[in-house]
Design a protein around this ligand. Structure first.
Ligand code: SAH
Ligand code: F3S
Length: 483
């Protein structure tokens, strides 16, 4: 299992597990909360909100050790079968902890909870609370309800399962995000209405609902005041953002980007994820006009074959994607592009696969994610005949990953001699004269500098390539603090 702190990267594979890390030192007498997060950045964001919520309401502090926790929460992912199976194997381990400590509270949230509802407790009766991605703000009340019925006989207990989709009310109940460092995620919309034929998200997280514009802007302004310099706007399909304005109008995603870029202090803007179909000219113009927007885009395409795209119900052709990227590269020639690919979709032939491989080479992608197709219950693709042997799919995946890896190595190598804009994030643990920051393309950049520069942006000339994700450089220019 990978354990990592909550630092935004451009994107991450949706099957990694993370343990939500405490940001403050804890007192041994405090009640402790352990959160394991599976899946996407939306889930990571939600896990942090859960920690803030239970910290504020019940005084819980985070721990990274499940053995010392009073509450164990699992924020689950159901995007692929493998991720879903992990839930029950991990819950089996938690059951043992509960046998040793009967007061331990176990909660399951996220997309598996949303999909399975009270089936979770049928399979794992020691689970006390089940909540969905849109009801996590009700955790404090659920916990109170649980505590109130602990002593009751089993047959009098009500099942604590709430996986409804109560519009966007969640954000009205979440405390202000706590700030650690210079980067923050801001969720701008929930759910997805695209209904790609393979995907469970519209069913587990619901249809698209956007947060009102003023709420988003106020949250970002508050974060900027607390020192945040880089914002990652989050949503399953951020391009579908239609935030209500104070005057009762609708703000689109490109309009939102322009407003966020005006907030003093915000020196860098990322977002994840958007759909190619709604990757509009207005959005491309934002790249032309807003220097805060990074030259890095994660734009999932899923396949390089028109036949497969059609079967996936992506509603666009390869040429549409290619045209949009060409337009984007016209206004931002140094654009780093990454994507998601599903390999072995039902009906994918050797020819279709060859087209995908060629497409990846032609589009010159940076680090991308690829997955073998996983049949998800209730999705239209799960009904399609699929006669490709599993081993063939695995071999195709290995080929794709080889090409992807080589192209990210090439992208890092190509940084040599270039000038990168870097957000300086910290002093190196190993050498107090070295600073560490991130480039637009998420590579770590190390260079000699002064600790007082942390939190500022700098232009760094890259002088040495160390690893795939780490380069060395020299300071050319230190930008004034953007606040
Ligand atoms: N818009 C979201 C999509 C979430 S799913 C985002 O990009 O954050 C993330 C990725 O998981 C998708 O882009 C797709 O490549 C992959 N995925 C989704 N459903 C899948 C399935 N049934 N099998 C394999 N991979 C899948
Ligand atoms: Fe899933 Fe397609 Fe939406 S991949 S999250 S239904 S854009």
């Amino acid at each position: 299992m990978t354990v990592q702190t909550f630092t935004p990267s451009a994107t991450k594979a949706a099957s990694e597990n993370t343990v939500t890390q405490p940001t403050h030192t804890t007192d041994v007498s405090m009640k402790k909360l352990y959160i394991e997060t599976q899946g996407c950045q939306m889930n990571e964001y939600d896990s942090h909100r859960m920690a803030d919520l239970l910290g504020d309401s019940h005084g819980y502090v985070l721990t990274t050790n499940p053995n010392e926790a009073d509450i164990l929460l699992m924020n689950t992912c159901s995007i692929r079968e493998k991720a879903q199976e992990k839930v029950f194997s991990e819950l089996g381990r938690w059951r043992k902890l509960k046998e040793q400590n009967p007061d331990l509270v176990i909660g399951v949230g996220g997309c598996v909870a949303s999909q399975e509802g009270d089936n979770i407790q049928k399979r794992a009766p020691y689970v006390d609370m089940v909540f969905g991605p849109q009801t996590l703000h009700r955790l404090p009340q659920m916990l109170d309800q649980h505590q109130a019925q602990v002593e009751k006989p089993k047959k009098e207990k009500i099942k604590l399962v709430d996986i409804s989709f109560p519009d966007i009310e969640k954000f009205d109940f979440l405390p202000e995000p706590r700030v650690e460092g210079f980067k923050a995620f801001v969720s701008i919309m929930e759910g997805c209405s695209k209904y790609c034929s393979f995907c469970v998200v519209p069913y587990t997280r619901g249809e698209e609902v956007s947060r009102p514009l003023d709420d988003v802007l106020a949250e970002i302004a508050g974060l900027a005041e607390k020192g945040v310099r880089e914002i990652s706007l989050l949503g399953q399909n951020v391009n579908g953002y239609r935030g209500e304005t104070f005057e009762g109008g609708i703000c689109t995603f490109p309009e939102l980007l322009r407003l966020v870029a005006e907030i003093p202090g915000i020196g860098r803007l990322r977002y994840t994820t958007s759909h190619p179909l709604e990757f509009s000219d207005e959005l491309i113009q934002c790249y032309r006009d807003l220097p805060q927007m990074v030259s890095h885009l994660h734009l999932p395409v899923q396949s390089g074959s028109n036949d497969v795209l059609q079967a996936m119900k992506r509603n666009h052709t390869i040429d549409v994607y290619i045209d949009k990227i060409a337009k984007l590269r016209k206004v931002r020639p140094d654009m780093h592009l990454s994507s998601d690919f599903i390999i072995g979709f039902p009906g994918e032939t050797d020819e279709h696969f060859a087209e995908t491989l060629q497409f990846i080479k032609d589009l010159d992608f940076d680090h991308s994610y690829s997955f073998v197709y996983s049949k998800r219950p209730g999705t239209p693709a799960s009904e399609l005949p699929d006669d490709t042997p599993e081993q063939v799919k695995k071999d195709r995946l290995a080929q794709v990953q080889q090409v992807i890896k080589q192209s990210s190595i090439d992208k890092t190598d190509a940084m040599l001699g270039k000038i990168e804009r870097v957000l300086i994030e910290k002093v190196s643990d190993k050498d107090p004269n070295l600073l560490i920051g991130t480039a637009d393309n998420t590579r770590l950049v190390t260079f000699i500098g002064d600790a007082t520069w942390v939190g500022r942006f700098a232009e760094i000339e890259i002088t040495e390539i160390k690893t795939l994700n780490l380069v060395y450089g020299e300071l050319l220019n230190l930008e004034p603090d953007v606040a």
